[in-house]
Design a protein around this ligand. Structure first.
Ligand code: HEM
Length: 484
């Protein structure tokens, strides 16, 4: 058979793809036109659920090259030699909008990287901001409800947004970043990326350090003016997606330098901020940036659905040498992502070409929906066994660590949500401060309850009296006496 013949999904040639089979010229249509039935039925099932957050995204392939050997801190094999290259895939995204929503909105940007290492996949699932709005996973569904649409009006609801933030002062630092110029990047190429959480690196000797990741854009940071962004959102809602694709297609490959901050394990007990609190940064004076390598994006996906929509990133996708920290957000994320993947893409999502490790996968998992990869063939399917099946490697065990205390629902005991947000404000130029205040005032004006506005003004004031006062003035309100 000519291999250019149109076929059904079961491979048999299709006789007519333009006219359905009818009883006589006028019909009705015959159920025996199985090609028609299959075509309509498959089409009905073309969508998988969009990601519950970060639904709108753009992806690219590339490589990561080590420029500085940090094997004294981590045994992660992909980092163990200067010059070593590891293939990777990245997906950038907005957070709140749906799959078809505009790119140039004020929102954090997702920055999810999958490294296909020789010891399995390693994912860093971060954002373009070093901190987050909340610091305990138990608050995430409520937070996201306020970012999504109101269940009655199906509109975005600023009252809910600021109500939640004003009741969650730990959000102040991230809210200040979001409302600053950096809240609307010029392109996906002109922004930094951060792992945000603290992770643990472990070396060959079993010694651990705490680590934070910083991807610094080599294109420079550039942002969009509010009115340009609004115009683009209407005229070209896919502006960022298009920019990334076109740059790579034209051979203008975007690159980021990866740095880490390293904190000795014992410092975590005495550092002036809780190093596991994802609403805080570590000062770079205390823990300077150390270069690790360079990430270059040099290939566009061939197929958006197969590669970008079906890509599954999880902060729990670790390789030996990288482990979790006690960060309460990270701990919750270790469950949430793989669970989302099983629901959104299916239990065998890791066998899909975009997610499949480029190193051997040997285990005793079998069957499940859409098991398309040979399912282990006739190889031994249980353990322990007498048939030389794959065995655990004790040298790759997660490092042991001490725990203490009483099991309870416990809050972080650091409640200074103001110093770092205030430092950020004080670092800005007058023009940047004016734009920050204008953005916040514009965003808070539609809030329905004055009580919410006053509570939030109090937080800005505690970060910096000038910051709070300017926002209060912009909203035509007075700073509440009790915060002064
Ligand atoms: C996507 C949950 C916090 C960055 C997602 C998805 C879920 C989720 C369920 C969709 C996954 C999928 O369908 O493939 C959570 C929970 C959080 C949390 C429960 C807190 C407990 C964070 C934080 C960051 C982050 C702190 C960044 C520092 C991302 C990114 C994506 C994502 C980048 C998109 C990944 C992709 O491109 O496929 N999150 N998230 N999330 N989240 Fe989170």
């Amino acid at each position: 058979m000519s291999n250019n013949k149109l076929t059904t999904s079961w491979g048999s040639p299709v006789g007519d793809n333009q006219n359905s089979m009818t009883a006589g010229d006028r019909g009705p249509t015959l159920i025996q036109d199985v090609h028609l039935l299959e075509k309509l039925a498959h089409f009905n099932r073309e969508r998988v659920p969009e990601r519950v957050v970060h639904a709108k995204g753009a992806g690219a392939h590339g490589y990561f090259e080590v420029t500085n050997d940090l094997s004294k801190y981590t045994k992660a094999n992909f980092l163990n030699e200067v010059g070593k290259r590891t293939p990777m895939f990245i997906r950038f995204s907005t957070v709140a909008g749906e799959l078809g929503s505009a790119d140039t909105v004020r929102d954090p940007r997702g920055f999810a990287v999958k490294f296909y290492t020789e010891e399995g996949n390693y994912d860093i699932v971060g954002n373009n901001t070093p901190v987050f709005f909340i610091r305990d996973a138990i608050k995430f569904p409520d937070f996201i409800h306020t970012q999504k649409r109101d269940p009655k009006t199906h509109l975005k609801n600023p009252t809910a947004v600021w109500d939640f933030w004003s009741h969650s002062p730990e959000s102040l630092h991230q809210v200040s970043i979001l409302m600053s110029d950096r809240g609307i990047p010029a392109t996906l190429r002109h922004m930094h990326g951060f792992g945000s959480h603290t992770f643990k690196w472990v070396n060959k000797e079993g010694e651990a350090v705490w680590v934070k990741y910083h991807f610094k854009t080599e294109q420079g940071v550039k942002n969009l003016a509010v009115d340009t962004a609004a115009k683009l959102a209407g005229e070209n809602p896919d502006y960022h997606t298009e920019d990334l694709f076109n740059a790579i297609e034209a051979g203008d490959f975007p690159a980021w330098t990866l740095y880490v901050q390293i904190m000795p394990v014992e410092d975590a007990n005495t550092y002036r901020f809780d190093p596991f609190d994802v609403t805080k940064v570590w000062s770079q004076k205390d823990y300077p940036l150390i270069e690790v390598g360079r990430m270059v994006l040099n290939r566009n996906p061939e197929n958006y659905f197969a590669e970008v929509e079906q890509a599954t990133f999880s902060p729990g996708t670790f390789v030996p040498g990288v482990e979790a920290s006690p960060d309460k957000m990270l701990q919750g994320r270790l469950f949430a992502y793989a669970d989302a993947h099983r629901y959104r893409v299916g239990v065998n999502h890791n066998a899909l070409p975009i997610n499949r490790p480029q190193s051997p996968v040997n285990n005793y998992q079998r069957d499940g929906q859409m098991r398309f990869d040979g399912n282990g063939g006739g190889s031994v399917y249980y353990e322990p066994n007498s048939f030389s099946g794959p065995k655990e490697s004790p040298e790759d065990k997660t490092s042991a660590f001490a725990v203490s205390g009483v099991a309870d629902s416990v809050a972080y005991d650091h409640n200074d949500h103001y110093t770092q947000a205030g430092d950020l404000y004080r670092l800005l130029s007058e023009e940047e401060r004016a734009r920050l205040v204008e953005n916040i005032v514009g965003a808070m004006k539609p809030v329905a309850l004055e009580e919410i506005k006053l509570r939030q003004i109090g937080h800005f004031y505690k970060a910096d009296p000038e910051y709070g006062t300017r926002i209060a003035e912009g909203l035509g309100l007075a700073v509440p006496e009790e915060v002064k």
